[in-house]
Design a protein. Structure first.
Length: 202
């Protein structure tokens, strides 16, 4: 029995020590877990709050940026409209021209040896500043007489012989008509436009 007890006592002491050590280790782990949990929760909550604040700040910044973009686009659109309006006004100011077309055609006989051989038929329009239109219209009859006289001179001097639609012949005809128009109605007559020209043989 003594030998058995001598062997059992150390064995029991070893087993008891091992069990006690396991129990102490488990208690320490539980204490650490309990201590770590509040810290984790504490750290997690501020991090979550920071994330929420960051999202709200981003949303506010996005809204502010959108408002600025809309305002910028609105200002750009207004500036574009204003520019377009300015260009339109400039185009109107730059053109500033008007045209007066004689309601009746001009008939010019071409005489050879005292007999008419052909008749020239022309449609003429006067180009002028818009502000000069009332004055030009008031002198329609004087202008018609002056232009018809210039056409008669052209017919009697061979201006309508041959290829009268060639550019040199038309340039001479326009120059003669412009000189006659300005002599009758003043510098308001800027150009004489030949809209139609034809020759009818007799």
């Amino acid at each position: 029995m003594k030998k058995i007890l001598i062997l059992l006592v150390p064995l029991l002491a070893f087993v008891g020590g091992a069990i006690g050590g396991d129990m102490l280790h488990a208690a320490k782990d539980e204490d650490k877990t309990a201590a770590a949990s509040p810290e984790t929760e504490t750290e997690t909550e501020p991090a979550h709050a920071d994330a929420e604040e960051a999202k709200e700040a981003d949303a506010e910044a996005g809204a502010g940026h959108s408002a600025e973009e809309e305002a910028g686009h609105g200002a750009a659109a207004e500036g574009h409209d204003a520019t377009a309006g300015g260009h339109g006004a400039g185009a109107e100011d730059e053109s500033g021209l008007d045209w007066f077309k004689f309601p009746n055609q001009f008939f010019v006989p071409i005489m050879r040896n005292g007999s008419p051989t052909a008749i020239m038929v022309l449609s003429l329009t006067i180009e002028m500043p818009a502000s000069a239109r009332p004055e030009i219209e008031a002198q329609e009859h004087r202008l018609r007489d002056a232009l018809l006289n210039a056409l008669m001179i052209q017919a009697n001097t061979g201006g309508f012989d041959g290829n009268f639609t060639a550019e040199p012949a038309l340039q001479r005809l326009r120059a003669a008509l412009l000189a006659a128009g300005r002599k009758a109605a003043g510098p308001g007559v800027q150009r004489i436009l030949i809209e139609d020209i034809g020759r009818q043989e007799q």
